[in-house]
Design a protein around this ligand. Sequence first.
Ligand code: ADP
Length: 545
Amino acid sequence: MDGLMMNRPLLQAGLLDYAADSFASAQIVSRRVEGDTHRQSYGQTRARAVQLSLALEEMGIGPEDRVATLAWNGHRHLELYYAVPNIGAVCHTINPRLSAEQLIFIAHHAGDKALFLDLTFLPAVETLKAHLPAMRYVLMTDRAHMPENGLDALCYEDLLDGRATDRDWPQFPETTASGLCYTSGTTGDPKGTLYSHRSNVLHAMSIAVCLGPDLGPQPRILPVVPLFHVNAWGLPFAGPLMGASLIMPGPHLDGESLWQLCEDEGVESAWGVPTIWQGLYTEIRKRDAKPGALRHIVVGGSAMPRSLTEGFEKLGIDVNHAWGMTETSPLGSHGSLPTDKRRLPFAERMALKATQGRRVFGVEMKIVDENGQRQPHDGTAMGGLYVRGNTIADGYFDNEEASRKVIDDEGWFMTGDIASISPDGYLTLRDRAKDLIKSGGEWISSIDVENFALAHDKVAQCAVIAMPHPKWGERPLMVVTPATPDDRPTLDEICEILAPHLARWQFPDDLVFVDEMPMTATGKISKRTLRQRFKNHVPPEPAED
Ligand code: ADP
């Protein structure tokens, strides 16, 4: 027997409608490419999204059409996040840090009909125009800033101007596709994750449930995480749900700019990858002051160095270490601590904060060994991490071959991460499967080694990669960017700091230096590039134990 309750589709439009009705004082603050700071309410955001949706329809955009964006975090990008899916079309965010070749591949594969771009990206897109003959372009600016351009581009503000500011949004099934985001293609061609209205609404509710209590009522949140990759970790949807003010940073993401933005706008919670927080922390130390209202950081994308977490926590900033991926919407786990754990002594609390936290509601997790056997959640058994839930990809857009490889017989998604899970539910990421180092039949977690080495004052950035070795199969090589160029740590100094935590055979065999770490399009150290660069490096013989 069915329950006798209404069954209304979970559509993204409902999130913005709710914020417009309920949170009149919340603001979307945008540092714009044009150089000014713009403010608008959710009510105004909804009105402009309505105008844009009407303009899109006039451009011939309708259900299932893909509309691409190439833009920083700002109010116009947020308006696209609603205007496009609310008429049944798909908002395809493109990462501007991808290579021209990948960008063309993605735009073709997605079948994008139109591309909305920030002024910053005009020169790059002009050079691609010949490869995208059917594309229509819209420059995300007003008439006064509209440059001469070779794209025959429309002007965003002209499109909105004079249109109706209210409408009843079209209704359609909640499973309708709403957003498309490609992985950065570190292994083969980029693959598209196709989100639905339902998955995005449920994901927003998960964030509000799991992180909302730490954020407090109507928090002021800075999404440093880009709207151009993985929905800025869901903030465009969870923000309206929580009545949050969203402080959109535009293109300036260095420590100094972020410090000033946090200070000027009273940012309470800031979300981004570890390299961003390294930059902010350096600025805080330089000024000997944290931005006044900042009390919460969400970090993910790669492992947060424990020393950095401790640095922020000592300043009274609660660090919430989260895990996820493009295919998981992305939040899979979060580091908010339950009440009893908050009372633990500092060192014990920091040990928990170094983990990737507990699963969010709606995401199940299992770890399995090489034979597919489930491993116990005992905190030590390591295995491939699989996830399942309503916010997890069930395959890739128009790519059956890749889809088959990632879903197992029981319908779980293979993350490609190696993890352990403690009896009380804390997930610890040991490595990407492809980054683990197998030495003499034993696994070495590169994340573990890096994490302990980063506590050394002379180490600014650090990556541990596998070197082929005739006797041991693989041995670890440590690549370091020194904090001060002419004060490099020695291998002995590094081993000394690792000694209390790791066995000797897990120590790196050698240490090499780079002035700058190669980064991926999503702000992670590119170990693939490092492996390539040091493939001919000959490490010395490891000491025998
Ligand atoms: P891409 O870099 O291809 O865009 P994603 O942004 O989807 O991929 O990144 C997903 C991967 O990032 C995860 O599978 C995991 O390896 C890594 N990752 C994400 N969050 C964390 C974290 N908190 N700690 C360690 N690794 C993480």
